[in-house]
Design a binder for this molecule. Structure first.
Ligand code: GDP
Ligand code: IMO
Ligand code: MG
Length: 425
């Protein structure tokens, strides 16, 4: 059995949830290893829509196991709300099919408030965060003052620490003229949620080691995308975790030695939510997508910015992640377009770049170098049942993407439903 990491190759929302759902059939355990409820993974099965934020998409397969690893930051109130939403849709979640790492850090109300406060202080330089408290939670983790689920074992110490953290946050909020937090309220919300989570908490790294020993296969569900990675992304317009393949290992306790395959997921075009450089962004293309009812964020409902496929980005992402294969989703989004553009290089002050620059200011200045391919006119990809049934121009487009990104395309999405996934080769 093989162990596979799924990562986003662009700025998130590539369709990772759908690809993970599709691949879960061949896996035993599905693992989330970074990010928090900033993620929004939409999965459609037989017309029913599920949106996952913290829980791995594998939960929709009743017989599979899911793990929320140590690298994930968990807002306990948001996680129990997700339990309830999924339960109302008939999804069974029990300590038998979901485990949560005792090393995972917790997002508390003051993290959310500090996220909002820091954003407002950024003025014109706003990141456009999801407002879920992700940055402040990871900041506490790195600064070594965070809360972990394991801390629930010491209620007295935890209450003292919570009081100190709320007092510290209130000093900042008070100075900013923001209504301070009420410690009793924060404590009550925290206790109510963590009481429900307690039965799921365990040493998930050891659990995964046991699963590996028994020959079970693991599927790692990435959140966000390569260019939201804290190191490799469009810093500072990024999230606060390592969204690239290595994050799956550090965020789960599974050694890179056990990884057999990395699959990068990219849309057949590009989207981005929030601020930051986006070389191939195109207003007309964005309007077209929104007009079709596509490309609204699963977490915040914001309109996603849209543009042409950027092979500089995706090619570099394939190298950063060591991608064995590329899953290209939303090919049907290009149906009906006469001429399709692909960005093959960046022009920065007269020089051609084949990898993105380090500084956002330079990235913003890059002009795309495009090549144009003919679209596939009136023959849609939507509804195609296998790769051979795709229009010839759609196949030529995909072949060119694979060539430019130096990575074979293994899966193609032509619709949001689980069975609208085509296998190549
Ligand atoms: P994730 O965050 O990477 O899991 O992606 P999201 O779920 O946030 O966004 C991807 C969007 O594209 C969702 O609305 C999916 O239902 C949808 N989607 C995924 N693959 C396809 C596809 O091949 N075709 C179409 N039409 N929609 C798709
Ligand atoms: P999935 O897993 C798209 C973006 C935000 C913002 C930046 C920082 O669904 O692909 P944060 O709240 O993380 O501090 O925001 O990152 N962002 C995402 N964009 N998909 C996501 O997740 C995202 N998670 C965060 O819009 O630009
Ligand atoms: Mg998403």
């Amino acid at each position: 059995m093989s162990n596979t990491i799924i990562v986003g190759a662009q700025w998130g929302d590539e369709g990772k949830g759908k690809i993970v759902d599709y691949l879960t059939e061949g896996a035993d355990v599905v693992v989330r290893a970074q990010g928090g409820n900033n993620a929004g993974h939409t999965v459609i099965q037989g017309g029913e829509k599920y949106v996952l934020h913290l829980i791995p998409s594998g939960i929709l397969w009743p017989e599979k196991r899911c793990v929320i690893g140590n690298g994930v930051v968990i807002d306990p109130a948001a996680l129990v709300a997700e339990f309830d939403t999924l339960a109302a849709q008939g999804v069974s979640i029990t300590p038998d099919n979901l485990s949560i790492s005792d090393r995972a850090h917790l997002t508390l109300p003051y993290h959310r408030m500090l996220d909002a406060h820091r954003e407002s202080g950024r003025g014109g330089g706003k990141i456009g965060t999801t407002g879920r408290g992700i940055g402040p939670t990871y900041a506490d983790k790195i600064e070594r003052s965070g809360f972990r689920l394991a801390d629930l074992d010491d209620p007295v110490g935890l209450a003292e620490k919570l009081a100190a953290k709320v007092e510290e946050a209130n000093l900042i909020l008070d100075a900013a003229g923001v209504e301070p937090l009420d410690l009793a309220e924060v404590g009550a919300e925290f206790n109510e949620a963590t009481d429900r989570l307690a039965p799921y908490v365990r040493d998930t790294a050891s659990y995964l080691h046991g699963q590996l020993k028994e020959g079970r296969s693991l599927l790692f569900e990435g959140a966000q995308g390569t260019y939201l990675d804290i190191d490799h992304g469009t810093y500072p317009f990024v999230t606060s975790s390592n969204t690239t393949a290595g994050g799956a290992c550090t965020g789960s306790g599974v050694s890179p030695r056990h990884i057999d395959n990395v699959t990068a997921v990219a849309k057949a075009y590009t989207t981005r939510v929030g601020a930051g450089p986006f070389v191939t962004e195109n207003a007309e293309f964005s309007d077209r997508m929104h007009g079709m009812g596509r490309e609204f964020g699963a977490t915040t409902g914001r309109k996603r910015r849209c543009g042409w496929f950027d092979a500089v980005l995706v090619g570099h992402a394939c190298r950063l992640n060591g991608a064995d294969g590329l899953a290209v989703t939303n090919v049907d989004g290009l149906d009906g377009i006469d001429t399709i553009r692909i960005c093959t290089g960046y022009m920065l002050r007269g020089e051609t770049l084949v990898a993105p620059p380090a500084r956002c200011e330079d990235w913003e200045e890059c002009d795309p170098i495009y090549e144009e391919l003919p679209g596939w006119g009136d023959s849609p990809t939507a509804g195609a049942k296998d790769i051979g049934a795709l229009p010839a121009n759609a196949r030529a487009y995909l072949d060119r993407l694979a060539e430019l990104c130096e990575t074979p395309i293994t899966l193609v999405g032509v619709g949001p439903d689980r069975d609208e996934t085509l296998v190549c080769g």
